[in-house]
Design a protein around this ligand. Structure first.
Ligand code: GLN
Ligand code: ZN
Length: 767
């Protein structure tokens, strides 16, 4: 019989129980036993849900207190020396120390680095590797959870990240070396793990090798076969899982590996199905990831069934059915959403609903009975109503996108001429100072927003409260002596949600949380329909802020690419089309701000870089439409209006051309932690517009000194002409407290004054 299975289930719990328990444990409010109790309960519930849905194999090892890559490092005994672990078991607090730098027990040390898991918004802890490293089995977590699930009567399939992906995702410490040199040391530990699982009666193990969907260097591709030859364990079947894209040039390698099964992503890369089947050895199972593990739409079961029937005709029972990837990336259960209307709800499927889709497909494939027919019909109705719904399709919006012209994506004059016009009215000093937008979001501000949302505060009261806050923020900035002011964003809970709530085409969930890292979760908006802006979104706040000061007030918007990348996006039209719709809405807002007398406008594109496709060959296409969308948003204004953009990262080496093509008059970026070295690329590319390299790290509570800032700016001055430099922090200040913000900004302004005096005195700023 064809099997159904899951690659992983969200671990956080339908009500984020894991977050609450872990944070309570960190604070010392609950004991380790109590924490373990919550973990056991969540695992039990999630396994039972998957069993009840009718899956044949239930994943184990997808549960983690913080991150599953960290768990693997613990299991392999790959603990960085600063954590003072030498041998034995890597315990829970050691894991927390690696993740966060501290734990209820043990000595604090610098936390491990965290980075994005492929193109998702999940962050893993980067394994730290050094030349000649040894590995040893150092955690029983996977084995005990396997036993735990078996004791509850489940058919389990332990899940573990594969050795090549593990090394690929790791980072060389101390010195650069070829990470592949560590493979031989790693494989015996994997061998041991597999033998232990076999001894526990496990029949199938899922080994994830997601790097097989990347452009892999030849040396890496070549090591797969011998590695998997060594991992063959009598009586144990390996399902090698790939996801997030097509196998591409790794296809033959993946198909012929000496393992019992291969899982592929048939949602992101349906076109690879035929070729994979052509290359699949006759003994091998093919697990087809047909349910989208990355998005929240209900599956069109009819078309999935057609695909599966075709595969079944060739593979028979060697066809397995699964989600495209782990369900870690979608919220837990749609049933909890009591505030979404029934129609919209009928278009969606979260993790729990996706399990049911998987088993329904299997039942339909093996001969549909009445219940299956009813489920298929329900899915069909949902699909039909969604595709025809007037809530999704606005002829006016579509027509506007169709009539976007090249002129609309171009400012009238080139930057050099615009800059002169802007200088004329702005009259800013050299090294002008500004901030990135938000100011501390105090408990009081959050409380006011909440009270308004709950109807406990009427609109007029709410507006007055926010205006008081804006006036205060403006006054503080004037006292500090900043040159270009902001209103402080007190009305925004989140830079995407705020705009989503004011635009047509977005919906919001109450419990649609997805793990971002550790105990942190995000609740992405659902972008379900054509996007339009019924009315101005920020104009009144900015207008009020400007009325409080004679200094220029900077309007503050989130850009179209960032709104797109941080939402669950509709799957019935290209992302580029959706992005263009958002761009038009933001363009209208930009023009309305300008009309209201706001002549400096910042359009944040914090998430532009993270939208890059996994394969380099697809980058340019993405960058082209993303930059185009930004330019549509930004180019509707007069040439003397100054457009800023902000990005909270600093690796621009491989995309500098596109960054320049955005043609923002000013770009503010994160550079403080790299000692301004990241500006090198702006220098060598001869980036023509103005730059505000962040002079201090807002993620740290440390207050930068005047000298540190002066020194950093001098380093910047060695790379960028002083006339084009701004002085600003490297991101928004909303997570910081007022005392540190005031102290840091005072030093920043003082540093700018020193730089101005030095250049006035004719000293060369570039030291
Ligand atoms: N304007 C936003 C803020 O200051 C930018 C946040 C971000 O870049 N992530 O908070
Ligand atoms: Zn930022």
């Amino acid at each position: 019989m064809s099997k159904t299975h899951n690659l992983g289930f969200p671990r956080i719990g339908a009500r984020r129980e894991l977050k609450q328990a872990v944070e309570a444990y960190w604070k010392g409010d609950i004991s380790q036993d109590q924490l373990e109790q919550t973990g056991r309960e969540l695992r039990r519930r999630h396994w039972q849900l998957q069993s009840d849905a009718g899956l044949d194999l239930i994943p184990v090892g997808d549960f983690s207190w913080y991150d599953h890559v960290l768990d693997l490092s613990a299991m392999l005994g790959a603990v960085p020396p600063r954590f003072n672990w030498s041998s034995g078991t890597v315990d829970l607090d050691s894991c927390f120390r690696m993740a966060r730098g501290r734990a209820p027990s043990g000595k604090a040390a610098a936390a491990c680095e965290m980075t994005k898991w492929f193109d998702t918004n999940y962050h893993y802890l980067v394994p730290e590797l050094h030349a000649g490293q040894q590995f040893a089995l150092s955690s029983d977590k996977l084995f005990s959870e396997t036993a735990e699930a078996q004791a509850q009567g489940h058919q389990v399939k332990p899940v573990i990240l594969g050795p090549l992906s593990y090394l690929w995702l790791g980072k060389c410490k101390e010195s650069e070396f070829d990470k592949l040199e560590l493979l031989d040391a790693l494989l015996p530990v994997y061998g041991e793990i597999l033998q232990r699982l076999r001894a526990q009666g496990v029949e199938w193990v899922q080994i994830d090798e997601p790097i097989l969907t990347l452009d892999l260097p030849q040396e890496w591709q070549a090591r797969f076969e011998s590695a998997y030859n060594r991992l063959q364990t009598g009586g144990l079947n390996i399902l090698l899982a790939t996801y997030f894209g097509a196998l591409g040039s790794n296809l033959t390698t993946a198909c012929k590996l000496p393992v019992a099964g291969l899982h592929i992503d048939a949602v992101r890369a349906p076109e690879q199905l035929t070729t994979v089947i052509d290359h699949l050895p006759a003994y091998k199972v093919l697990s087809v990831g047909i349910i989208d593990g990355r998005n929240i739409w209900r599956t069109n079961l009819d078309s999935a069934l057609v695909t599966l029937e075709n595969i079944k005709a060739r593979l028979g029972e060697r066809l397995w059915i699964a989600p495209s990837c782990s369900l870690l990336h979608v919220p837990v259960d749609l049933e909890q959403e009591d505030e979404l209307d029934e129609e919209l709800k009928s278009w969606l499927a979260f993790a729990v609903q996706k399990l049911d889709e998987i088993t329904t497909l299997k039942q339909a494939l093996t001969g549909a009975d009445n219940t299956v027919a009813i489920k298929l019909a329900a899915a069909r109705t949902a699909f039909d109503t969604r595709s025809r719904s007037p809530r999704i399709h606005s002829p006016r919006v579509k027509q506007r996108v169709d009539s976007i012209t090249d002129e609309m994506a171009r400012r009238s004059r080139p930057y050099a001429e615009r800059a002169a016009l802007q200088r004329d009215w702005l009259k800013l000093p050299l090294f002008p100072t500004t901030t990135i937008g938000s100011f501390p979001q105090t408990a009081e501000i959050r409380h006011t927003r909440k009270a308004f949302k709950q109807g406990k505060l009427n609109e007029q009261e709410y507006i007055s409260c926010m205006q008081r806050e804006i006036a205060l923020v403006v006054e503080k900035q004037e006292q500090l002596g900043l040159d270009v002011l902001v209103h402080g964003e007190p009305e925004r809970n989140d830079m995407v949600e705020y705009f989503g709530e004011l635009l047509e085409g977005f919906a919001f969930t109450r419990h649609g949380w997805v793990q971002s890292y550790g105990s942190r979760c995000v609740k992405p908006p659902i972008l379900f329909g054509d996007v339009s802006r019924p009315r101005p979104m920020t104009v009144e706040w900015s207008r009020y802020a400007q009325s409080c000061t004679d200094k220029p007030m900077k309007g503050m918007l989130t850009g179209p690419v960032t709104i797109l990348n941080w939402s669950f996006v509709r799957d019935d039209q290209p992302r580029s089309t959706t992005c263009a719709q958002i761009a038009l809405a933001i363009r209208d807002e930009v023009r309305d701000l300008e009309q209201a007398g706001i002549r400096i406008i910042q359009i944040d594109e914090a998430a532009l870089r993270e939208g890059l496709p996994l394969r380099k060959g697809e980058w340019q296409h993405y960058l082209d439409w993303a930059v185009h969308a930004f330019r549509i948003a930004a180019s509707g204004v007069a040439d003397d209006t100054q457009i800023h953009t902000h990005m909270c990262y600093s690796e621009f080496n491989d995309i500098i051309e596109s960054i320049a093509a955005m043609d923002a008059d000013v770009i503010t970026i994160e550079t403080s932690r790299s000692d301004m070295e990241l500006l090198d690329v702006f220098e060598s590319f001869e980036y023509p517009n103005e730059i505000g390299p962040g002079v201090y790290d807002i993620h740290s509570p440390n207050i930068p000194t005047v000298e540190q800032i002066v020194e950093l700016m001098k380093k910047a001055g060695q790379r960028i002409p002083a006339e084009r430099l701004w002085v600003n922090p490297d991101c928004g200040l909303k997570t910081r407290g007022w005392p540190e913000v005031e102290a840091a900004l005072a030093n920043m302004v003082a540093a700018a004054r020193i730089l101005q005096d030095e250049s006035a005195a004719g000293l060369k700023v570039s030291a």
